[in-house]
Design a protein around this ligand. Sequence first.
Ligand SMILES: Cc1ncc(COP(=O)(O)O)c(C=O)c1O
Length: 375
Amino acid sequence: MHSGLPTIHGFKHLSRIPLYVPGKPIQEVQREMGLTRIVKLASNENPWGPTEAVKARVAAAILGSDTEGLNLYPVSDGHYLRKAIAARKGVALDGVVLGNGSSELLELVAKAAFLDGGSAVIPRHSFAIYGIATQTAGGRVLESRASTTELDVDDILRSVAEDTRLVYLGHPNNPTGIRLEQQALERLVRQLREDIVLVVDQAYAEYEDPADYPDAAAYLSERPNLLVLHTFSKIHALAALRIGYGLGSKELLGCIERVRSPFNTNHLAQVAAEVAVQDLGFEAFSRQKNADARTAFALEAERHRCQLSGTSGNFVLLESVFPAKDLFRELLQRGVIVRPMHAYGLTNHVRVTYGKPEEMQAFWSAIGPLLDGGC
Ligand SMILES: Cc1ncc(COP(=O)(O)O)c(C=O)c1O
């Protein structure tokens, strides 16, 4: 860093905020380890897609026509994709906002909320971006109680301070794979102070059984300060394109609109997502494959006497006697990338994404001998 930079107050503040550590990319591991076959189970991607229909639509957009081409700016507010999302979700067009991944929306709501400072309540072991978005926007983090098996609504409500502007809730939460039951969610929605924005991050909601998942969107009409986030990176299998969406009141999204840059989502992402959001069949297929992988994983984990947490999402937390960093490194040397969770306060946990059966087989072949005496 240039010697003058640390004297700038904001830069000093930023240098104290932990950096987000992403899953290791396949190419990087290949280069570092000199391995040819790598199995990546580190970033909760969907190995089953995207569909041929989505790929064909992206290919057509690249080829171009009278109305689209790589030389043209995208539709600034993603009108056509927002329309498709609004129809699918049964909400008004002005109740939908797009983000460059839902991560951007986590940041935009923080940017809007912390213009004059304030705090966010974030349950322990939540997705790292909630804390990073809060602090980089100038907000303070108030951590509420949570364990790897339980979210605590009472403690979220108790943790709220006078200057609290946001509450973030992963629902289901990453990395713990847990969520609230309907009654608890309702209590949070109804008892949280009305001048606080409740951000319910539903990035993994589509992996839940629709028959018993309490969708926070059900409360949109009664709570104008509710923002419900979804992503196309998970079940829709479009992580590379960076696109997500938020549902909220016209007033709340109007504020986010003021901090959103005009062309924040690109054309290829918009057209791909427009096809994906209407494909309920692919969602059901992916959900079933994920459920199968979860069942198979639990059986194998039992054989190795491994403790697992969470039954939601397309991932699982595995606890072992090994420090997470060591287990991560050992698996990496065997060509399997998982996510060590020490940065989340889980020193002996790794998070494993459910891959295809052959990928899970590679995982157990790599970890099995390491767990010789059990987890
Ligand atoms: C809980 C949660 N929310 C949001 C995201 C961000 O997804 P994206 O920015 O790719 O939409 C992730 C990604 O892993 C996540 O786990």
